[in-house]
Structures are given as C-alpha cells and as structure tokens.
Design a protein around this ligand. Sequence first.
Ligand SMILES: C[S@@+](CC[C@H](N)C(=O)[O-])C[C@H]1O[C@@H](n2cnc3c(N)ncnc32)[C@H](O)[C@@H]1O
Length: 322
Amino acid sequence: MTILFDAFFAATTDSELADFHPQLRAALQQHYYAKPHGRSAEWDQALASLPQAKLTDVDLSQERITLPLPDDWQLDQSQLRDTLMTFKPWRKGPWHYLGIDIDTEWRSDWKWQRIFPHCSDLTGRKVLDIGTGNGYFLYRMLGAGAKLAIGIDPTRIFLYQFHSAQRLLPDNGAHLLPLRSEHLPAFGCFDTVFCLGVLYHRRSPIDHLQELMSYLRPGGELVLETLVVPGDKYTILVPEDRYAKMANVWFLPSTAALENLLHRVGFKAVRTVDVNQTSLQEQQSTPWMTFHSLEQFLDPANPDLTIEGYPAPLRATLIATK
Ligand SMILES: C[S@@+](CC[C@H](N)C(=O)[O-])C[C@H]1O[C@@H](n2cnc3c(N)ncnc32)[C@H](O)[C@@H]1O
C-alpha cells in the first residue's frame, strides 16, 4: 500500500499528540497495514496515475471543494474522469477536480451550512472528525480557520478519495487515519470533536459518547450530528432489522433523549441547534454514486416513512461542552 501517514506524524511531532504516536502507529499496523483491502493494488495504481502538484489559489471555504485546472496543463479529461471513477462510490462532496465536477451522493455542503454557524469559532483550533468519510469536511474545517483537522474513518476507498485531493494541495493541516474511533487513545487535547452521521452505526451509543468526550480537552466542544426520531425524552427507536435499507442502524433517539444521554455522560451546555428532514435533493444517486439512494429507501406512497414504515430520516445537530 502506497498511502503512508508520515505527514501526520511529522505535523504533530511537537504537539500533545506526540505522546500518542506509539499507540497510533500500533493501531495503523494492526488495522491498516496488516489488512490490505482486496482492491488496494488497483486503487494504488489509479492514485499513482493522477497528477501530483501543489496547486496555488485553492480556496477551501467554497461549497464545492475546487482544485482548479492550471491554464498551462494539458490533461486527457476522459482518462482523468475514468481514473476518478475507479474510486466510486463518491458519497461526500461536491468537488471540482481539475476541470471535472464530481457530484456526490450527498450535498455535504448543505450539512456543513446547517452545522457550521452554531460551532465555536474554529480559528486556530485543533479538531478531530470521527467518521469523516473522504475528508470533504476536513477541508471545510480548514477553510473555516482550523489549524489541524484530523479525520478518522476505516473505509479504505474514502482514504483514496482524500489522497486524490491531497496530492494536489499544498501542505495543509488535514490528515485522515484509516482507523475506527474504538482504536483511538483518550487524547484529551482536541478543541472540537465532530461526529457527524456515526452514532446510529454504533452498537453501544453511551460508550461512543464517552469515547467522544475522552478526545476533548476540558472546555472543548462536541458537535454531534445523528439520525433522530420525533418523540419525548423517553423515546428511542431500535429498528427491528433494517432502517432505510441500512443493516447497521442500532439506535435512533429523540433529540430530548439524546440531550439526556449527553448530560448523563457528563457533557455541559447541551443544546439541539438544528433538526432537518433529509430531502431527495440532498441525498441522491448520481453518476459518481450509482447505487440506490434515499428515493429508494422511502415508502413510495408516503415519503415521510422509510420503506420499512419508520419515520423518514430526520437529522439533528447537538452541541455540548466537556
Ligand atoms: C454516514 S457516514 C457519515 C460521513 C460524514 N461524517 C457525514 O456526516 O457525511 C458514516 C461514516 O462513518 C464511518 N464509520 C463507521 N463506523 C466508524 C467507527 N467506528 N469509527 C470511525 N468511523 C466510522 C464510515 O466509514 C462512514 O464513512
């Protein structure tokens, strides 16, 4: 595997994170290097065939992360598109990649727009993004002023998407480690921890909230986005089987129940800042993500219900302080 993490270790060698380098190296050895993905060789080859350069004038605060094609570059656009297609499914974005628009399954910029105005100012902050996907949000965090944005996500294809972008960008504070949050030490030093779209995938939500707390410094901020259901403080839906065709959904609380859980875990200043029912425009199949998407996950006769008859996906953002 050609993707290495030297840049992360070098960037954090003079920080509190250096204390955790041995544990992180061991986790990467155990969960990444020792377990190559069946398509690693194909993806390594595709990645190596992409242009590598340090583009100037990249503005990471744009909704579409834009890696502009320099005027003096001659590229075979059809070949480039085919190479980028090797990394399908592209779920989080949108991106503009050297002349090609990558329209992803999700309008992640809409999620960011709902969340970002409620976060403490990210300027100069050290942030951790659990379940980051392909790093789209890491760049938006840097664009909002964060000095270091560490993403954690075990899904290999997203690591390749991230490095497709990284190889064109000047050295920057975004780093993606292909680990699970369970593999991380209790850093206790991040200013902000984001956890967007992950809690419902975890079998043990209270343990997960405790993990998230353990990464924060005292006074640090948790930004938690997850699926919720309508209801009161005592409402928690545990799907009998699938939810919106997803097999790995375990736990959908009401916002009041989730606020209560955050208090029980010890968070302060807990508040729900946004609730939003996902629209068919925000999550849909595209040429870059050709599997079924939200439209096929809903009851065709009633889009307020999932195909299984549960309330349709409703997402809440909660903010809390350690
Ligand atoms: C629904 S996606 C959310 C992606 C992105 N944060 C967003 O909000 O659009 C869930 C992501 O969490 C990752 N994930 C699942 N279990 C995880 C775990 N235990 N630790 C870290 N990431 C995990 C998956 O690989 C996937 O990319």
